[in-house]
Ligand binder design. Structure first.
Ligand SMILES: [Zn+2]
Length: 325
């Protein structure tokens, strides 16, 4: 590296640090992390939380989201893969929208549908996203009705469940390959002693082929419930109107009697230093990774805690940039 480049790099790095110092000087580390005062946060009596943020640009666009605090971690042994399949079933028909009606509504407002295009399932969350053009006011009402139906009115007809098995199996087949084969060796090792080791959202083909329809209905009934849900509304909409629509559509949701506890999978700390080599004849590159014991993550509530999170993310990045130069 020539001297000029070295000087410039030092100059910008100092400038960056000074910027950070100035920024942090104005905020006390013990301060609570402020929430954007324009975000309206509320909770319905049934436990459902909602977030509303008016955002006038782009004009006449509103995004609705239904966030369900469940995922593959909450599956029972006979349900492996069914959290993800439950997400697919949302596009197979609901109380107010037959299968083709959901699809044609989504197409009419210009969004893709089904097969993970506007929804996803992870270990610990399932999220549905509905971007709605509100140039026609009825779109918003209809969008809320779809979101409500996804939350508690999905039909789960036996014929639809049977038909969806092959779609999931095909998705699973597309995901197979060297990386998948190696991950299936690595994850039980990296997450040893934890449910994360054996709960990949795609699940097990053997279960997808053979589960009884009631197993997926049970997952929906037990985990799609208002105390584990949030509705998010962001966009060109009057917040009071959005709040009224949330209350209209979601106040009637009922939590199941004797609701099961939503638990969180732990990852026990490593006791020894170990290494593992995994190979596959179709692997196309070499990866070396270093894993440290996980520690329970605590949600940052103060500026100081948030600063520590940023440091953990960015310091290694800076080290890499400096080393690379
Ligand atoms: Zn899928």
């Amino acid at each position: 590296m020539n001297q000029r480049k070295q000087f410039l790099k030092g100059f910008f790095f100092t400038f960056f640090l000074l910027g950070c110092v100035t920024l942090f000087a104005q905020i006390k580390l013990n301060d609570k992390i402020p929430v954007d005062p324009k975000v309206k946060i509320g909770k319905l009596a049934n436990g459902l939380t909602y977030y509303i943020r008016e955002n006038k640009k782009p004009e006449q666009k509103v995004e609705l989201r239904l966030v369900v605090n469940t995922g593959s971690i909450m599956e029972d042994d006979d349900q492996q893969g069914l959290a993800h399949m439950a997400e697919h079933m949302a596009f197979n028909g609901t109380k107010n929208f037959k299968k083709n009606e959901i699809v044609s509504f989504l197409q009419s407002i210009g969004v893709g549908f089904g097969n993970d295009l506007n929804a996803y399932t992870s270990f610990d969350e399932t999220v549905y996203m509905l971007p709605i053009p509100v140039d026609k006011p009825e779109n918003l009402e209809k969008g809320f009705q779809v979101l409500e139906d996804w939350a508690h009115n999905v039909s789960y007809l036996t014929e639809d469940i049977e038909g969806e098995r092959n779609i999931i199996l095909e998705e699973s087949r597309l995901g197979k390959g060297a990386d998948d084969r190696m991950n299936r060796q690595l994850f039980p090792y990296i997450f040893a002693g934890s449910k994360y080791a054996n709960r990949l959202p795609i699940g097990l083909d053997s279960i997808i082929k053979s589960f009884k329809p009631d197993a997926i209905r049970r997952f929906y009934k037990e985990w799609y419930r208002p105390d584990l849900m949030a509705v998010i509304v962001v966009g060109d909409v009057d917040p009071a109107k959005a709040e009224a629509m949330i209350k209209k559509h979601f106040s009637g949701l009922v939590n199941p009697a004797n609701a099961r506890e939503r638990t969180y999978a732990q990852v026990p700390p490593y006791k020894t230093n170990e290494g593992k080599v995994v190979t596959d004849k179709e692997a196309t590159n070499y990866i070396i990774s270093l894993a440290y014991s996980a520690f329970p993550s605590v949600e940052a509530t103060t500026v100081g805690e948030y600063k520590m999170i940023l440091l953990r993310i960015f310091l290694p990045l800076f080290s890499i940039i400096v080393l690379a130069n």
